[in-house]
Design a protein around this ligand. Sequence first.
Ligand code: GZL
Length: 309
Amino acid sequence: TQQLGWIPPLDDSPTDPIVLGFSQLGSESNWRNANTLSIVDAAKESGITLIMENAEQSQEKQFEAIRSFIRKKVDVIAIAPVVQKGWEPILQEVKKAGIPVIVLDRSVNVDDGSLYVTFIGSDFYEEGVKAAKYMLDKMRHLPGPVTIAELEGTIGSTPSIDRGRGFRDTIKANSRFQITQILPANFTEVQGRAVMKAFLEKPREEWPQVLYSHNDDMALGAVEAIEEAGLTPGQDIIIISIDGTRRAVDSMIQGKINAVVECNPLLGPLLMQATKEIMTGRTLPKRMVPPEDIFTQETAAVEAQDRKY
Ligand code: GZL
């Protein structure tokens, strides 16, 4: 793993513009839209011709987009895979066509490491660990059992699998902390609100003291459901989320969300740099991880000024 940072500019770039085919997985969240914008802007900046297809959560549509990139004989293919499984066959087709692949944001489960050049994306397991460590610290003085509700992202996606694992591995030594309700809400605000509403339809004594949400959009939806139930989010229910979008940081300033673990969507420049490096025959590290932080109510006001998305 190479910590991402400044990569020296290239002295030699090919004469024709590089053509990059990018299969984006959807437009489910503010994070995703910021990710898309970052890629479009970075392509313009770097003079790379971007052909982007949005699969709207459908892996089948991602396969169709990738086949169209093969037919168009693009120079490089980038994929933000909606789920981890099922990528071997299509990646074998791309390999046969001799087109290099960059995996972006989420990961793929493949045994043959030669099927892609590099994976540029966050360490979601670490994000789950950070979320749990914040909660253990925040709730350390509370006597007795602490009940947790968990809103999962898209089932089978790397962020959802690893954010869940990182969180659970961190709390398992402390049996006081129990996840009593867990359901997927697909990273969207609408489903986050609906699932939180369902959690709160249980008898009052089963209501959770903590909500762990795999992303901000679901957390913001849950805030509405918590208020509709007559509770005060951020106080009656401690809320920990992941992404670091402006809306979540603003909600933290209002005291409704207690902590947000950063997940950096601005991967455009790194993707374009990696694309150029591949085209000039350089070797890239198999894994590149953007630096990330955690924001709390104490740091939210300062952070709000810096949020680009
Ligand atoms: C994480 C990304 C996730 C975000 C969600 O890198 O794949 O998908 O956390 C987005 O907001 O929908």
